[in-house]
Design a protein around this ligand. Structure first.
Ligand code: AMP
Ligand code: GLY
Length: 420
């Protein structure tokens, strides 16, 4: 069959690679993809804001299934649009995508269904927000409501920092702000918990721990993710049951009572405090780089899972995993997450050792005149599987050394909690 993947990151290259391994697939299109997907799929440049162009391309090329990688097209309603034309799409509809698109939507759902989360307040103007902050303990967390690629969250250690955050958000740094969210700071350890849904049932889709900060020791600015490992060191049966019973099931009940269902990946971002889960945020997609870390562990044919979700038959599928540990390090352009140079050539890509335990997924790369150029902040993802995180990390480092690219940098301490 022919399938299409929306997106251009490491997550989409990992999905593309997994689908390529299926003997049921004879052609993959990536919209727009990167230099990595170009080796195994046809990259298609299309304006993703113009749903109609995409729909026409899907019909002209007889694409039978579309998989949506990133959040923006989901929040914008691409799934609803394509389904109107009877096109099969893996991903949640616009209503359910509010779980990621509006932090306030999610917080209100938490309140109504008693889902454990940080205590919060919603404020419509800056003076009320500042007044609240004046009487708070620190640190405190100030958040923009809308999609902000992980940047609209401020952990504030003083009244001054909180006031700056409030001003920046209300002044439109992350788009028009009708209101602002202020939350209690939760102290614990984070975990990413993944589930896959078909609208009537769901299954767990492994756990991971990502490192969001740019500097070693989890310091510095927030990024899209500098590296990850899977499974999380925190997961255990009791915790999994709590996450499902206290967080995921009530969320699905809430969506259902509002007349919506959930199909696609759900990424539950948690803070674990003394083996108790608190919801920090939902994402309505796989994580990046968590996806690159998790998918190489999957034994079941990914296309069977996606199709079962579209047919509401996920119950019939047994999702099997390799009993291995996986670690991913992201190679970024110098300067990321701030300004960085584009079109820097990457050599030595042929030196990299790749096999069933070692992977390299492209992110911000393009191929031009037979050369591979870095064009994004996050450039390449190096992943290794092993029964030992330490060995996985050593393998990743060997490949990074073979690449020896001076246009970028990577965090040398990814997985320090499980490696040391
Ligand atoms: P979010 O975009 O909501 O996931 O927030 C980005 C990051 O900020 C999270 O991954 C956490 O590291 C941190 N964070 C967000 N909310 C809280 C909170 N209430 N308490 C502690 N840390 C938080
Ligand atoms: N790695 C964090 C995210 O995908 O949002």
């Amino acid at each position: 069959m022919k399938v299409g993947i929306i997106g251009s990151g490491g997550r989409e290259h990992a999905i593309c690679q997994s689908l390529k391994n299926s003997n049921k697939i004879n052609k993959i299109f990536c919209f727009p993809g990167n230099a990595g997907t170009q080796q195994i799929a046809e990259n298609v440049k299309i304006d993703l804001e113009k749903f109609e162009n995409l729909k026409n391309f899907i019909f002209e090329n007889k694409i039978e299934l579309i998989i949506v990688g990133p959040e923006k097209p989901l929040v914008d309603g691409l799934v609803d649009y394509l389904e109107k034309f009877q096109i099969k799409v893996f991903g949640p509809n616009k209503f359910s995508s509010q779980l990621e698109g509006s932090k306030i939507f999610t917080k209100e759902l938490c309140k109504k269904y008693k889902i454990p989360t940080a205590k919060f307040g919603i404020f419509e103007d800056s003076s009320k927000a500042k007044n609240f902050v004046n009487n708070s303990n620190f640190p405190i967390v100030v958040k923009a409501d809308n999609l902000a690629s992980g940047k609209g969250v401020y952990i504030c250690h003083s009244k001054e920092e909180a006031e700056t955050a409030i001003d920046e958000i209300f002044n439109g740094k992350f788009g028009i702000a009708k209101n602002i969210l202020i939350e209690e700071f939760l102290k614990g350890e984070e975990m990413s918990f993944f589930t896959i849904h078909d609208g009537v049932s769901f299954k767990t889709f492994e756990t991971a721990q990502d490192h969001k900060r740019v500097l070693e020791g989890d310091k510095g600015k927030n990024t899209g993710g500098m590296g990850a490992y899977s499974p999380s060191r925190l997961i255990n049966n009791e915790l999994e049951k709590k996450i499902i019973n206290k967080i995921i099931n009530p969320t699905l009940k809430g969506l259902s009572e509002m007349g919506s269902e959930y199909k696609g990946f759900l990424y539950t971002g948690l803070m674990i405090v003394d083996n108790e889960p608190y919801l920090i945020e939902y994402n309505v997609r796989m994580g990046d780089p968590e996806c690159q870390t998790i998918l190489p562990r999957l034994k079941t044919d990914l296309i069977d899972i996606f199709l079962a979700c579209c047919e509401k038959e996920l119950k019939e599928i047994n999702i099997e995993w390799k009993n291995a540990k996986s670690l991913c390090v992201v190679l970024c352009s110098n300067g990321y997450p701030d300004e960085f140079k584009k079109n820097i050539q990457i050599n030595n890509l042929n030196n990299i050792k790749l096999n069933l335990d070692n992977y390299m997924f492209h992110a911000g790369t393009i191929k031009k005149n037979e050369k591979i150029l870095a064009v994004g902040g996050r450039v390449l993802n190096f992943v290794s599987l092993s029964n030992d995180f330490k060995i996985a990390k050593k393998n990743v480092e060997e490949n990074l050394k073979k690449l020896n690219w001076n246009g970028g940098f990577f965090r040398k301490d990814i997985g320090y909690k499980v490696v040391e």
